[in-house]
Write a new protein. Structure first.
Length: 230
């Protein structure tokens, strides 16, 4: 059974915009699927329907065999890490505090949350000795994105949703973050849905790539090897 299953999912916004139409999509356990396509084709809407930031107009979405609409949104999101381009760190809090927020929210003691934050910083390649007490503005764009990933992993969610996670960094840093994330993913085996407008990124990272056409229609869903005809 797939980890994530969308069946006949559609989203029409209040102004009549059809963002997603009759979408069927399955993501296997531990699979990394990239949603790719031009701006406005419905990728972000699709992602946000999975963690219920947006309610679908039609269709059903299941995670681990359970309909997401049957679950408490807060409980649902505990099992889903979410990484976006504008990572949204709290500017007046140290990096360690930014990463600790989630464990504290779930009732960890401060000592345990701090230890967990250090572990997560190590995991994403930010030495706590150097970075824990810095503030977000003292980090480069790429480093801030890593903090975003660390924070998303804090509750150890089985599912990670990433919306243009490497979109705001320069091309060289971008490739490095892609590689680092793939290595991390190899270790953690999360089920990942990653949105990008960059077909190179999609082909480089995805176990499978879902190519969206306009109006949230799925044009192709295949492995990079099949897409490239190899
Ligand atoms: P992508 O992530 O592929 O760029 P989106 O899912 O953000 O695409 O948007 C899909 C379509 O829905 C676009 O035409 C966009 O303008 C429209 N859209 C997105 N959010 C809203 C909204 N809140 N109200 C109306 N239309 C929206
Ligand atoms: P990038 O090339 O990714 O934009 P930056 O030039 O912003 O990187 O930063 C380069 C290095 O300097 C990074 O390791 C970052 O942590 C560090 N750095 C940037 N701004 C500050 C600051 N205000 N205080 C301390 N270290 C900083």
């Amino acid at each position: 059974e797939p980890m994530i299953r969308l069946r006949g999912v559609g989203k029409t916004y209040a102004d009549g915009t059809v963002a997603v139409h009759e979408l069927d999509l399955e993501v296997g356990r531990g699979e990394l699927v990239c949603l790719v396509g031009p701006s406005g084709c419905g990728k972000s809407t699709t992602l946000k329907m999975i963690n219920r930031l947006i309610e679908p107009t039609t269709g059903t979405i299941e995670i681990d065999g359970r309909d997401v609409t049957a679950q408490d949104p807060v409980e649902l999101r505990r099992g889903i890490g979410y990484v976006i381009q504008q990572v949204g760190l709290f500017p007046h809090q140290k990096i360690v505090t930014n990463v600790m927020t989630v464990p504290l929210l779930y009732g960890e003691s401060r000592a345990k949350a701090r230890a967990r934050a250090h572990e997560l910083m190590d995991l994403v390649g930010l030495d706590p000795a150097t970075y824990a007490d810095r503030y977000p503005h003292q980090l480069s764009g790429g480093e801030q994105q890593r903090v975003g990933v660390a924070r998303a992993l804090a509750a150890d969610p089985p599912v990670l949703l990433m919306d243009e996670p490497f979109g705001a960094v320069d091309p060289v840093v971008r490739v490095r973050l892609q590689d680092e994330f793939l290595r991390l993913q190899h270790e953690l085996g999360k089920t990942v849905v990653l949105v990008t407008h960059d077909i190179d990124e999609a082909v480089r990272m995805g176990d499978r790539v879902a190519i969206f056409a306009g109006g949230g229609r799925l044009a192709q869903y295949a492995s990079p090897a099949d897409l490239l005809g190899r």
